[in-house]
Design a protein around this ligand. Sequence first.
Ligand SMILES: [Zn+2]
Length: 139
Amino acid sequence: MDLEKPLPSLQDADALQFWQAAKEHRLALQWCSTCKSFLYPPGPACALCGAIDIVYKDIGREVTGSLYSYIITHRAFVPGFATNVPYVVALAEINEACNMKLLANLINCAPEKVRIGMQLRMVWEDRTPEVTLPQWEPL
Ligand SMILES: [Zn+2]
């Protein structure tokens, strides 16, 4: 456990189901019942149409994606990441959620091996007993 790395707030009522599912190594995403779209990050209303009829849908434990974009971070702007540089932050389209994009670290992949379109799977990092973070790794 590395407490120098920032953690998400578990006080955000809109995101609570996301983090509760993550703790169980499952992906749960908000879904707008009006425009039939997955939403991320979680919020009080649909970012696409403004509707407030939002529900959570369970995507499950087997989540795959396609790398849409990424950056390679060479400098740790937060001290807790100093031992991780260089590391990859990846935006991937989730195959099981209408290609909705989710941002997370891409782990177990050397930065020079990263390619747009590469296939990924979601894995989970139990950062603390309360907080589990989604991560991507090569499929
Ligand atoms: Zn909507």
